[in-house]
Write a protein that binds this ligand. Structure first.
Ligand code: SF4
Length: 173
C-alpha cells in the first residue's frame, strides 16, 4: 500500500521559503514516484504563524535541541526573537506526522526548522538540528535530508520488507 512520507513543503515545490521561493527537487519527485510514497507537506515556519515572505532567522546560540530545552534562541535578521513561533510550528508538524502516520521524514537541510544535521549559527553553518527536526527525532521519527536520498531509499525499502515480514508473521499466527 502507498505509504506517507513527511516532507518539507519547499522540497515539494511549494513556495514556502522565507524569500517566497521554493526548493522543488526533481530527485525528490522521482523517489516519491518510484516508491509510491504519499508526500505529506509541512512548513513548520508557516504552521508556527510566520508570514511568507519573512525575514530570515538563525540561531543566536545552540540549535533546535537546545532551544526545546529553553537554552537557545532564534532571532530574525531584524533582531526579533521568533523562538516561540518555531516551537509552535514544530509541535504542529509533529501533530501532522501523527495524524498521517509518518515514521520517517525528508527535511530541508540547514533550515532553522528543518535542518537535520546542520543549521546556521549566526552567519556560520554549524552541526546541529532545526527545531522541528529535533522534536521529530525525539519522538522517534527517522530523519533524512535532501542530500541523503539514497539512504532514505534504503531505509524505506528495508522498512517495507520488515512490514511485509511482520504482516506475514501476523497472518501465520
Ligand atoms: Fe522549507 Fe522547512 Fe523552511 Fe518551511 S520551514 S520553507 S518547509 S525549510
Amino acid at each position: 500500500a502507498p505509504r506517507p512520507l513527511l516532507v518539507s513543503a519547499c522540497l515539494l515545490g511549494l513556495t514556502t521559503r522565507y524569500d517566497g521561493a521554493s526548493k522543488g527537487s526533481l530527485s525528490v519527485q522521482a523517489l516519491l514516484q518510484q516508491l509510491a510514497l504519499i508526500p505529506v507537506p509541512i512548513c513548520p515556519e508557516q504552521l508556527g504563524g510566520l508570514a511568507t515572505p519573512r525575514l530570515p532567522c538563525c540561531f543566536t546560540a545552540g540549535d533546535g535541541e537546545a532551544l526545546l530545552r529553553g537554552e537557545a534562541r532564534l532571532c530574525d535578521s531584524g533582531g526579533i526573537d521568533r523562538s516561540a513561533a518555531f516551537v509552535h510550528g514544530a509541535h504542529q508538524a509533529l501533530e501532522i506526522a501523527r495524524l498521517a502516520g509518518c515514521r520517517c521524514a525528508l527535511l530541508k537541510e540547514r533550515s532553522p526548522s528543518c535542518g537535520s544535521h546542520q543549521v546556521y549559527l549566526g552567519q556560520e553553518c554549524s552541526a546541529g538540528r532545526g527545531v522541528t527536526a529535533a522534536l521529530l527525532a525525539q519522538q522517534g521519527v527517522a530523519l533524512f535530508s535532501e542530500d541523503e536520498l539514497p539512504a532514505l531509499r534504503q531505509h524505506l525499502l528495508a522498512s517495507s520488507s520488515q512490514n511485509t515480514e511482520s504482516r506475514q508473521k501476523f497472518l501465520a499466527t
